[in-house]
Design a protein around this ligand. Structure first.
Ligand SMILES: Nc1ncnc2c1ncn2[C@@H]1O[C@H](COP(=O)(O)OP(=O)(O)OP(=O)(O)O)[C@@H](O)[C@H]1O
Ligand SMILES: O=c1ccn([C@@H]2O[C@H](COP(=O)(O)O)[C@@H](O)[C@H]2O)c(=O)[nH]1
Ligand SMILES: [Mg+2]
Length: 221
């Protein structure tokens, strides 16, 4: 049995993408403060799920994160979709997703995801949320473009206090490799659609935000 849940009119989805430690979470927090978006970090949702003792995916998620690998799409999509549906809002920042080309283009042969998030099919029998094939483009993509050495230093510093199992040099190197090989093509994909705003982000958080803020002010909500 399945049910279609339609998202509210005027839903706005912005993807916030960039390398590990580029400042996605930091900038999203600023946007939320000024513009009231709901911030959904795919990584945060996966960490939360990993820590849920009742989750059947907890061990798998932990292994993938420790290895810096991309968790199977259906797990991540399910977590994001659930939060979107529970939300009273219709303006979303999706941080750190999509992370590889097939997440941006299609899933199981169905034209899909990032553009969707507008319609959801809840397949209760399979205990999985599938996105419907109706497609709605994201408004745009914020690509936080940061020097690798700068990102590495930020992550190592964050690792002193974050408690994240992937903020160590071995996993950081793996995350960079995955980002370059799997995630950068996603940015190129949206670039070809002229959806990408590239934001250099080696300066301070406030200076970076000065370049982002006008893009949000320009949104026709
Ligand atoms: N512009 C900046 N200048 C200096 N430090 C920054 C800047 N932006 C973020 N940081 C710091 O760098 C670290 C990583 O930032 P943040 O968590 O926002 O990045 P992220 O892109 O979300 O990383 P991840 O992909 O690992 O989730 C944090 O400790 C943050 O305080
Ligand atoms: O869509 C996603 C997002 C994240 N992951 C996994 O989580 C870690 C950490 O992600 P951050 O965005 O840095 O918080 C990432 O390395 C992946 O292992 C994912 O699989 N899919
Ligand atoms: Mg983050």
């Amino acid at each position: 049995m399945s049910e279609i849940v339609k998202a509210p009119e005027g839903t706005i989805v912005i993807f916030v993408l960039g390398g590990p430690g580029s400042g996605k979470g930091t900038q999203c927090n600023k946007i939320v403060k000024d513009f009231g978006f709901v911030h959904l970090s795919a990584g945060d949702l996966l960490r939360e799920e990993q820590q849920n003792p009742n989750s059947k995916d907890g061990d798998l998620i932990k292994t993938y994160i420790k290895e810096g690998k991309i968790v199977p799409t259906e797990i991540t999509v399910k977590l994001i979709s659930k939060k979107m549906q529970e939300s009273k809002s219709n303006i979303f920042l999706i941080d750190g997703f999509p992370r590889k080309l097939d997440q941006a283009e299609c899933i199981s042969g169905v034209t899909l995801v990032p553009m969707a998030f507008q319609h959801y099919r809840i397949t209760t029998g399979a205990d999985i949320w599938n996105l419907d094939s109706e497609v709605v483009e994201p408004h745009f993509i914020l690509f936080l473009d940061c020097d690798k050495e700068v990102m590495k230093q930020r992550l190592l510093k964050r690792g002193e206090t974050s408690g994240r199992i992937d903020d160590n040099i071995e996993t950081i190197e793996k995350r960079f490799k995955v980002f370059e090989e799997e995630s950068l093509p996603v940015i190129e994909y949206f670039g070809e659609k002229e959806k990408v705003h590239r934001i250099p982000c080696t300066e301070s958080p406030d200076e970076v935000y000065l370049k982002i803020r006008p893009l949000l002010e320009g949104l026709n909500k």
